[in-house]
Design a protein around this ligand. Structure first.
Ligand code: TNX
Length: 756
């Protein structure tokens, strides 16, 4: 008997170790058993199944697999446990569930109707077919979420998405157990929710007469001159809220104030500081005109929010609060009066005052205010929850002040950023957020005490739609990254990225396809991996999955002629040697060819004389733009436009310093640097560069070579020798007011440094 138990345990353990799990987000516990054949219908005892959940299960089964759902009490495959919500079975968390579909058991228990719903979504992922028919994988699954806010956001202002499209977005969220849909309903470029008391908000504010095409940083800018817009009636809003509710998703509406309000100010210019009639803008960015802080606007906002509250049962109401320039307020007599009357020291306190009015109002209506982390500036309103987007610091501060927090830092959660640097990626706002980076997201940052960590409600990804113009593209940007995010907000202990990836490739692409999702295949694209080697760099091309084959060819580009060519396979690594000191760099072009011989990834390497050199970064790049660390500056790849995030190191500090080690003493005659100039993204050329050269890394009394920066590739001429080259780059103290990002520290983006 004892032996039998041991053998059984061994079988279980082995099974578990090798068992891939088709369910994402990964459950707390999963152990596969035998499979069950599904004839034309899945037959279960639904006596205790919530009727909404039954309807959902039935329609999904039909749509996805053409399988019927049937009720029987006679001999069901499994039954749902008793009375969720009413008498909770012990040991199951509110949103938790247990599936016991094994030789020994045939039950599904849940802590609530939501738990039942999550069990159903897991069951859907356990269904598969082979040449003989349909099966459900029997298993023991125990599961419950780690966080209570598991969100996806959608901006419907910059581009509008119809009710059907929004429903589809919600439908897909449900599959991965998201429970919060943050609906960004108003912004500069369009007001999208009917407000009965202010009909012009949608009659006027929902339409713009032009829309920017191409990237904000393109010169000249091009516009589509067609009228663009749309809005949701209150009935439609109710319909969406109900649809989401049936999927156990709360809709959190966002009504932006005091900034991002140009559409509303077009409809009601008297709510601005200047009263000037302007149009609904067709360009992106941040606008100086914001709501005036006078009483009239506050009353307007309260009236708007009164109607909003009626439509959304959500506990939280999002009031924006981000990116509100204070130039108009500084010059406005009405704002001055409000500041005087309320003894406010500056316009940050004025913003705080504005938000506090909303907080008090929402609290009096039994709601909770949530806003972007700018609402911390000038003092946080007593009951406000904070959505931390400019990194996690705002969230950390709020949690330390005992305020609730939702983490949605750009570093991990901005799905409007590029997901690979492959040329086939559709135009995006910029940034670089591959799947693996999303997977690293943990809503609870290090450094919070256990008590403070309790204030972190969860996490969310944001889909800003300046560059997302269609549902197809929305799905492309959202999936599969939303699956990585789901792991971060659902799992207590998520598996390694490698394990996730292997589950994803084994099951989820098929599942996404079955759901007709236009998910990105970016991880299948060949990717460059560059590493330092003695006297140069190694270049490796990595592809995902065994099904993808490609070859790499190289050719040398010298003068006007092209020569040579070398083919390599997926597992080969190329070594590129740096140019001997004093000679011109060779230029090598690599192209990756897919099976059909099409070239899909072309890169140019400039094999200069400090290729792969060691660099000490005295100033660290921002974690968001720190691809490959210092090697990025000497990897032979010169940053190309459009900017896709990975080819540059980005800094948000007012100066940048690093020291290049040439390995041995050299005569040095020039230093060339590359910078990015994309003012729309607040990336500016720095003001000046100072270079020093030393034999031994001591800098005292070393001559300083300085130049002002007037182009993206400034060169300093030197006449010296040494082994270490210290580079100090000074950015503007502040972006001048009136320019993009005025008043903030500019970003500095650096690429290759070439020393001769
Ligand atoms: C910042 S995130 C914004 C949005 C833009 C987004 C683009 C936030 C609170 N404000 O208005 O659409 O960047 O990534």
């Amino acid at each position: 008997m004892k032996n039998l138990v041991l053998v059984l345990m061994w079988v279980l353990l082995v099974n578990q170790a090798s068992a891939q799990c088709p369910i994402i987000p990964s459950p707390s516990f999963y152990s596969p058993g035998m499979k069950y054949r599904i004839e034309s219908a899945l037959v279960l005892d639904s006596t205790e199944l919530d009727v909404n959940n039954w309807n959902y299960f039935k329609s999904r089964l039909k749509n996805l697999f053409d399988i019927d759902l049937k009720h029987t009490e006679a001999n069901p495959l499994f039954h749902f446990g008793a009375s969720p919500n009413l008498s909770q079975p012990p040991n199951i968390a509110d949103e938790g569930y247990i599936i016991d579909l094994t030789l020994m058991g045939n039950s599904i228990d849940a802590g609530s109707r939501s738990g039942q719903f999550y069990a159903i979504n897991s069951l859907l992922q356990l269904i598969y077919h082979d040449e003989n028919g349909w099966y459900i994988q029997g298993a023991t699954v125990r599961d419950e979420p780690a966080f209570k806010w598991r969100g996806l956001h959608l901006d419907v202002s910059r581009h509008f998405f119809s009710v059907d499209e929004v429903k589809r977005y919600i439908d897909l969220m449900a599959l991965y157990k998201f429970n919060t849909f943050h609906w960004h309903l108003t912004d500069d470029q369009g007001w999208r929710i009917e407000i009965k008391q202010y009909p012009k908000l949608t009659e006027v504010g929902a339409y713009r007469d032009s829309t920017m095409l191409g990237h904000y940083s393109d010169q000249p800018r091009i516009f589509d001159k067609n009228t663009y817009g749309g809005f949701y009636t209150q009935d439609e809003i109710r319909e969406v809220v109900k649809y989401a509710q049936e999927r156990h998703i709360t809709v959190v509406p966002e009504i932006e104030l005091p900034g991002h309000s140009r559409a509303a100010l077009t409809a009601y210019p008297e709510l601005s500081c200047t009263g000037l009639q302007q149009g609904v803008p067709g360009t992106w960015g941040i606008f100086d005109d914001i709501y005036c802080s006078k009483q009239e606007t506050i009353d307007f906002m309260k009236n708007v929010l009164s109607e909003v509250i009626e439509l959304f049962p959500s506990e939280y109401i999002h009031i924006g609060g981000d990116e509100a320039p204070k130039v108009r307020w500084e010059a406005c007599p009405n704002c001055k009066k409000v500041m005087d009357e309320n003894e406010l020291a500056n316009t940050h306190e004025l913003q705080s005052y504005f938000i506090k009015q909303m907080d008090e109002f929402l609290t009096s209506k039994g709601k909770k205010l949530i806003g972007w982390d700018e609402i911390l500036e000038g003092g946080l309103s007593p009951n406000a929850a904070v959505m931390s987007w400019r990194g996690m610091q705002g969230g950390i501060e709020a949690a330390q002040q005992k305020h609730e927090v939702v983490m949605t830092p750009t570093t991990y959660c901005y799905f409007d950023y590029y997901q690979s640097s492959h040329p086939s990626e559709p135009l995006a706002i910029g940034g670089y957020l591959p799947l693996e980076k999303v997977y690293k997201f943990n809503p609870v940052p290090n450094g919070l005490s256990a008590d403070e960590a309790k204030y972190i409600l969860g996490g969310q990804a944001n889909l800003w739609t300046e560059y997302i113009t269609s549902m197809e593209q929305l799905e492309y940007m959202t999936y599969p990254r939303a699956l990585a995010l789901a792991q971060s907000v659902w799992c207590h202990e998520k598996p390694s990225f490698e394990a996730f990836l292997s589950d994803y490739l084994a099951y989820q692409e098929d599942f996404l396809e079955r759901n007709d999702v236009n998910y990105a295949r970016s991880i299948h694209q060949p990717q460059l991996e560059i590493s330092r080697k003695k006297n140069g760099i190694n270049v490796h091309f990595k592809g995902m999955g065994d099904d993808y084959h490609f070859t790499v060819s190289t050719k040398e580009i010298g003068g006007y002629s092209m020569s040579g060519g070398q083919a390599m396979g997926v597992n080969d690594t190329l070594f590129f040697e740096k140019a001997p000191w004093g000679t011109d760099p060779k230029i090598i072009q690599t192209s990756v060819l897919d099976e059909a011989g099409r070239s899909s990834l072309v890169n140019r390497f400039v094999l200069h004389s400090n290729l792969g050199a060691e660099i000490e970064m005295v100033t660290q790049p921002h974690p968001k733009y720190n691809h490959n660390g210092s090697l990025n500056l000497v990897d032979g790849i010169i940053g190309t436009l459009p900017w896709k995030g990975s080819q540059w190191l980005g800094f948000d500090t007012s100066y940048v310093e690093f020291i290049v080690d040439l390995g041995e003493e050299k005569d040095i005659s020039s230093v060339e640097l590359g910078f990015l100039d994309q003012n729309g993204s607040w990336i500016y050329l720095p003001e000046q560069i100072t270079v020093q050269v030393s034999k031994n890394s001591k800098w005292c009394l070393k001559k300083k070579y300085t130049t002002k920066v007037e182009s993206t590739d400034p060169t300093l001429l030197l006449n010296t020798s040494g082994r270490y080259v210290r580079v100090r780059i000074e950015a503007m103290e502040q972006i001048p007011i009136g320019q993009e990002g005025g008043g903030n520290t500019p970003w500095t983006f650096i690429d290759e440094i070439q020393i001769r």
